[in-house]
Each structure stands twice: as structure tokens, then as C-alpha cells.
Design a protein around this ligand. Structure first.
Ligand code: KMH
Ligand code: ZN
Length: 284
């Protein structure tokens, strides 16, 4: 039997950690990192466990989600001082955040940012991303030299990604990298058939990771590895490590992802390898 026509998957796996998010409350989830010190400590542990990118939401002094510019700038600086991780700020924020503060996230000069390509029901709420906002945010990433990660919650958003690229051209760095966010109540389901359909619709040459929310975390991770994709894990997306066993910290989610990637013969990528893949300059 010949395997000559089977395409080779990428050699290594990019692991992104999303440690905090905007939805969980530290009072209910004590292991959630909400202060800058907690976030930096988490980042150091997650890099050691195999992460190359950190997707960042921050909190205020009361541990509520915030897009405060000073805090975002301090966060980018602190993460750069303490780790080699690619710092990706969330422009999604919380569902209650307005468009202007979300656009202003770029003023904190991160390496990268998330860029969701359309509106999606989000549990009982709505995560608003109308076309004019998506277009404006993308144009600002190009002007600011920030590498966007296209967050795709459903297949319609893949069509919007194609429209963005057709109208405004390639992203800063020239490489398209996407994250399939699967299993959000209101978005695409976190299963193998949906992942395969979404990947088939992506622009040619794009790389992608996948994130399974809640109990879809493991099936999405295993499918993504099998399909040649990269991984995002973290307490933004998953609070249970296994049935009846809460996550004790982000590093154990990264460590599990790195173990599975290693078993798939696609070990975790270093931050420098990730920068190369994403078309980013190597940091001094
Ligand atoms: N917190 C969600 C409403 C992103 O970070 O870009 C949006 C979100 C996506 O988490
Ligand atoms: Zn996020």
C-alpha cells in the first residue's frame, strides 16, 4: 500500500493558552488568574509546559473584565519581560464592551490580537461583530503592524474572512492564521465533522488552531491534531479537566495538549518557531 499521496501534517504544534477570558468569576473559580502577578506566573508556567502564544483578557482591581489601556499596556510589558510568549490581546473583550474600546486595544501595541469575523449568539447573550467593525479592526491591525488571529465561531464567519482578505489584502506579516472556536452555545458545534468542514472552507495556505469549549475540549483537540491543526487550551474555554474534576491551573491544560501533540509526533512549537510560522519579527 502506498502513502505517497498523503499530505504531510505540519511538523510541530502551536499551542495557545487562553488563561482567563471574560466570563468566569474568580470567586467561583479560584484558580483563575486575574491579577497581573497571577497572569505572569501562569504565563511562565504555561511557556514551560509548551505554550507559544498567550491570548489575554485582563481584569480590574475588583477582578471584573476591563479594556483599560494602562492596564493592557502594563500587561503586555510584564509578559514580554517575563516570557518569550507571543502576546495576543483579545479585541473581543466581554459581550458588554463597546466597539471603540475594543478597537483601542491595539494602542497597547501587542504582538498579535484576536479578530472575530462576525456576530454570534453567545449563550444567552450576543457577541457583536458587525461587518463595519470587523473591517475597521482589520484595517487598524494592518496600520498598526499587529498580527491578527481570525477567530471563527461559525462557517458564515469563514465567508467573512474571505471577504476581508479580498477587500483589504493580507494581514500584517502576510500569513493568515485562524482559530476555530467550537462548542459555544450559539456557534458551530465542537465535533469532528464540523471541524473538517470548517477547515475545508479556509483560505488556501492558512494555518489554523481549534478550541473546543467546555466538554468539547478533548474531541476538538484530538480531531485538530489528526487534521494537521494547532491547539488552543485554557481556562477561558474549559474549567473541567475531566468529568467531575475541576481544572487546577492553566499549565495542566497546556501540559496535556503538549503530551497529546507529542504522541501525535507533532511536539509543541517554541515561541520562536511560532513567530516564524506567523510571519512575525523575532523579538530582540
Ligand atoms: N469573551 C467573548 C465575548 C476574543 O477574545 O476575541 C469574546 C472572546 C473572543 O473571548
Ligand atoms: Zn478571548
Amino acid at each position: 500500500m502506498s502513502v505517497g499521496s498523503t499530505p504531510r501534517p505540519p511538523v510541530a504544534t502551536l499551542i495557545t493558552v487562553a488563561p482567563t477570558g471574560a466570563e468566569s468569576d474568580q470567586a467561583a473559580v479560584p484558580a483563575l488568574p486575574v491579577t497581573l502577578d497571577e497572569l505572569v506566573a501562569t504565563a511562565i508556567q504555561c511557556q514551560a509546559a509548551g505554550a507559544a502564544v498567550i491570548h489575554v483578557h485582563i481584569r480590574d482591581a475588583q477582578a471584573r473584565p476591563t479594556l483599560d489601556r494602562g492596564r493592557l499596556t502594563d500587561t503586555v510589558r510584564a509578559l514580554r519581560e517575563s516570557t518569550d510568549l507571543i502576546v495576543q490581546l483579545s479585541t473581543g473583550g466581554a459581550v458588554s464592551d463597546g466597539f471603540e474600546p475594543r478597537l483601542a486595544v491595539l494602542d497597547a501595541a501587542p504582538d498579535a490580537c484576536s479578530l472575530t469575523c462576525g456576530t454570534v449568539n453567545f449563550g444567552d447573550e450576543v457577541f457583536l461583530n458587525p461587518w463595519p467593525f470587523v473591517r475597521e479592526l482589520y484595517a487598524r491591525t494592518q496600520a498598526a503592524g499587529v498580527v491578527p488571529e481570525f477567530e471563527l465561531f461559525d462557517l458564515g464567519q469563514v465567508a467573512t474572512l474571505h471577504r476581508l482578505l479580498a477587500e483589504l489584502g493580507p494581514p500584517h506579516g502576510g500569513h493568515v492564521h485562524c482559530d476555530l472556536v467550537m462548542g459555544v452555545p450559539g456557534g458551530m458545534p465542537g465535533d469532528a465533522a464540523t471541524l473538517v468542514a470548517a477547515v475545508a472552507a479556509l483560505p488556501a495556505g492558512a494555518t489554523w488552531s481549534a478550541t473546543g469549549i467546555g466538554r468539547t475540549s478533548l474531541p476538538v483537540m484530538l480531531t485538530a491534531l489528526a487534521a494537521g491543526g494547532h491547539l488552543r487550551v485554557g481556562m477561558e474555554d474549559t474549567l473541567s479537566f475531566a468529568r467531575g474534576r475541576p481544572v487546577t491551573g492553566n499549565a495542566e491544560l497546556v501540559a496535556r495538549a503538549a503530551t497529546l501533540a507529542g504522541l501525535a509526533q507533532r511536539p509543541a512549537m517554541s515561541p520562536e518557531e511560532a513567530r516564524n510560522m506567523l510571519g512575525m519579527a523575532i523579538r530582540d
